[in-house]
Design a protein around this ligand. Structure first.
Ligand SMILES: Cc1cc2nc3c(=O)[nH]c(=O)nc-3n(C[C@H](O)[C@H](O)[C@H](O)COP(=O)(O)OP(=O)(O)OC[C@H]3O[C@@H](n4cnc5c(N)ncnc54)[C@H](O)[C@@H]3O)c2cc1C
Length: 574
């Protein structure tokens, strides 16, 4: 790896209380712990997924400790990884309070073009697609992954509920009757720490996964790529260009798109038998750039590095008090930008559930839905990204033949373009298998819980910013939205008064019954009823992760809330 590189911040190691407390009780092998202290939540790994989880804790005021073996963001020696961040991620980042910085630093792009040789065989304009239509956030932003991690760290440091511990490598894990004990290695010595719950966000090579004997089905890709991050004197157009067959790269694939700081990310598909070090040498990169942009290409090389990938999904995303998130739980090829985006969705799905259980609002079955929902999301993402990987790197003569036929068709016929697969962009997951999905809730309630488990968009609002801001201001509550005052009045008034886990709204209305507030779309935006798919005579319940909990008749709202757990009961608000 070479290039002028990025300058990443480093964070100071501070001696943790466990080691600072002289005379604390000794553990079995001489490493001290603070006898009796059990932290509510420990997060192992401060990458994209772990930091998103930690930031969510900071925003919600949940006490947590983060242990990371490194003292910087990004992955040391591999600074260029994630680049595309999808609408759902941006919506979550908005709730976490870092979206504006991402938007200011990042690049918004809408047009993508795919070429085979000189021919355009596929193109899209995200601005015209449905994913873009209702949300406060754009369809995508391109930004270096480490910037998002950096902003999350800054945001976490604004709170005093999350203790970020750098240079703290977790070397052991022991399940206790209630909770977990971790062994931690630091520059100041080793210690043990206990947590009621642990999130393993330690990446694809998670040591905890192995220590706990958790299985994962891995498939190692044979495809080899080399990234060149480059700053050009003459800027190409801000569009995403992909070549399935690039004449300037021995008819292999090439990606070209812009990130923050005016840096272009170029990914070149390499010969599967290439020497990763040789293809990353500056003089070899220079040759590739001349082939692509011409002899007089004028550039500064920011970073170069090779990569390969594997795909895997753990058999369970939960082992008792331990939850697996991000690349630890699932790995996939980068095509479609589904890795980091889905790790952030993991955090978004899990943290509110942990908060509910900590508050006594939900029970263990709520935590189990983390496994069923996010595993479904991961399996879908792996399926989608594997298809792309096989299209880009066919493994059998039949796959090669199908790809050639698809490219030939796309050259001449618009319908053939849908067969071109250089990546299907990350989307918010749909949950169909969980106990909180439509089929399960409909069975339990005896009425159709329309749409339960489907994602909603972050609709801009007249008074409260947008839906994510309302979710944040309502401290983890479910949002109950009635299409009109008449429907709202049919919800049991005692439920509206007593249920601590819900906030009550009437959409697009001038008036609301007692206990309900008005929620209206921002001027110029589509009415809330349309944006949220409200149904006359039914009430929509929105989960804290901006998924639908179902659209049910007013008299079934209480029963629907009960499906999330017994709740604290009247007068037990936190
Ligand atoms: C070339 C490439 C392009 C990509 N493009 C995109 C993209 O455009 N969009 C996208 O969404 N995703 C993309 N991805 C995927 C994305 O980079 C990963 O999915 C993401 O980094 C996973 O985050 P994570 O937090 O799960 O793991 P990691 O980022 O790997 O973080 C793991 C953390 O755990 C720490 N750790 C490890 N072991 C221990 C231990 N024993 N004790 C304490 N700490 C430990 C590490 O220091 C690290 O900070 C791309 C990946 C690659 C390789």
């Amino acid at each position: 790896m070479s290039g002028t590189g990025y300058v990443l911040p480093t964070f100071e190691f501070r001696v943790p209380p466990e080691l600072a407390t002289a005379g604390s009780a000794d553990g079995q092998d001489g490493a001290p712990d603070i006898a009796g202290r059990v932290y509510p939540l420990i997060i192992v790994g401060g990458g994209l997924a772990g930091l998103a989880a930690a930031c969510d804790c900071a925003v919600r005021g949940i006490p947590a400790v983060v242990l990371d073996e490194d003292d910087t963001i990004g992955v040391r020696g591999a600074s260029s990884r994630g680049i595309c961040y999808a609408q759902r991620t941006l919506e979550i980042l908005s709730r976490l309070g870092v979206f504006q910085r991402v938007k200011d630093k990042g690049i918004q792009w809408f047009v993508g073009r795919t070429l085979a040789g000189e021919d355009e065989v596929y193109s899209f304009d995200l601005a015209t697609q449905a994913t873009h239509s209702y949300s406060s956030q754009p369809a995508f932003i391109n930004i270096q992954q480490f910037y998002i991690e950096w902003y999350l760290v800054d945001r976490i440091l604004e709170s005093d509920t999350v203790d970020l511990r750098w240079k703290s490598r977790v070397t052991g894990i022991r399940l206790l009757d209630e909770g977990v004990e971790l062994s931690v290695q630091t520059p100041a010595g080793e210690y043990r720490i206990k947590g009621r719950h642990v999130i393993d966000a330690s990446g694809v090579a998670s040591p905890l996964r192995k220590m706990l004997g958790q299985n994962t089905r891995a498939e190692v890709g044979v495809d080899r790529w080399c990234i060149s991050d480059v700053r050009f004197r003459q800027r190409p157009k801000t569009e995403r260009w992909t070549w399935i067959e690039a004449p300037f790269n021995q008819n292999r694939a090439v990606w070209q798109h812009l990130m923050g700081d005016d840096v272009w990310r170029l990914d070149y598909q390499m010969d599967p038998d290439c020497d990763p070090e040789a293809v990353s040498r500056p003089e070899v990169v220079a040759e590739r750039l001349r082939e692509q942009f011409g002899e007089d290409v004028d550039y500064e090389l920011v970073w170069v590095g090779p990569y390969s990938y594997r795909s895997h999904v753990m058999e369970r995303f939960r082992a008792g008090p331990v939850f697996f998130v991000g690349d630890c739980a699932h790995g996939m090829s980068p095509f479609g930008a589904r890795g980091g985006n889905s790790g952030i969705q993991d955090a978004d799905n899990l943290i509110w559930k942990l908060q509910w259980v900590q508050r006594g609002w939900g029970d263990e079955s709520l935590l189990d839905t983390y496994d069923s929902e996010r595993r479904e999301g991961a399996e879908h993402n792996v399926l989608v990204t594997n298809r792309t990987a096989r299209f880009l790197s066919p493994r059998t003569p039949v796959e090669r033949m199908i790809r050639k036929a698809a490219i030939d068709l796309a050259r001449h016929h618009p319908f053939g373009r849908t067969l071109i697969n250089t990546g299907r962009m990350s989307m918010a997951s749909v949950y169909t298998r969980s106990d909180l999905a439509q089929a399960a809730l409909t069975r339990r309630l005896g009425v159709d819980a329309i749409g339960a488990g489907t994602p909603l968009q972050n609709v801009p609002l007249a008074e409260h910013g947008d839906l994510e801001q309302v979710i944040r201001s309502k401290a983890g509550c479910l949002l109950v939205v009635a299409p009109d005052a008449a429907t709202a009045e049919r919800v049991d008034a005692r439920l509206v008064r007593d249920e601590a886990r819900a906030a009550w709204f009437v959409a697009d209305s001038q008036a609301a019954p007692a206990g309900w507030a008005v929620l209206a779309a921002a001027s110029g935006a589509r009415p809330l009823a349309e944006a949220l798919g409200l149904v006359t005579g039914r009430v929509l319940v929105i989960r804290p992760d901006l998924h639908s909990a179902g659209c049910v008749p007013p008299q079934s709202v209480g029963a629907l809330l009960a499906c999330f757990g017994p709740g604290p009961g009247p007068g037990k608000n936190p």
